[in-house]
Design a protein. Sequence first.
Length: 278
Amino acid sequence: MFINTLLFLYVLWHREYPPLRAKNIKLIAILYLSMVFWYLGTIGTNFNLKGHLDFSGSCLLFSLWFRIVFGIFMFICVHVFRLYIYIRIFKQVRKVTYRQYLVGAIVFVAVVTGYGVTLSVLRRQLTVRFVPLLGTCVYGTVFAELSFALVWVGWALILVVTFIARDINTSFKEYREMLLIVLLSSISISYETVVHHVVREYTVHQWSRVSSTLFEFLTSQSSLFILLGVPVYNCMFHRDEFRRKFFEKMKADGMASRYQLTLPPTTEPNTTSQQPTL
């Protein structure tokens, strides 16, 4: 998590570098935030909370809100929305405005309200509760099944939009990166699903909690590196050459005029400071 924080701060500091700017820094910031919530939620859920976080409602906070809602689900939504933006621009040749961002936010809030708030008001025996004798959180059937359904649907959405965006062959292409993220996610989700259904009280066993945490960390913490590793590395060691190749690729693909369409709606075009003449 510390390394990811350094990576994210580096990206923020160099956010005007075109290959990094094209990644949509605002959505990358939300992705990083979801990773922080996911990290906190996983630690709070899978490790012994006794004597530290065993207050009333702690399991609901960490398992439901941190781990699932603002962690895994927000992580999924950011990936889906980023790919949707690229599809809208490079396949549909349409501009992205605040309307698309607003619709995305409304859908997220609607699902969070329907899922999170509903589970929050149910009896703890049906959702997730802290067991003092065990010193850990134990899931109810309703919570576990609804959570897996939500996560698998989200994974399917990522797979679908990744497939749709597969032939976007420009400087913005992320097909291989997203395939790797989908692969890691499928391994993690499949493992969690099997463990939860084979070992019903999996949080009681240390091996299952540790292995579950490792798989989730592999998926969440590697995502930022997969998306940003190449442009960050080149920003550090081959800054001018990589930027030149980035624009040459766009020019060759006839995509130079669409570069500004990938930026947040409030960003004013800047054609003099860092972008070469095309």
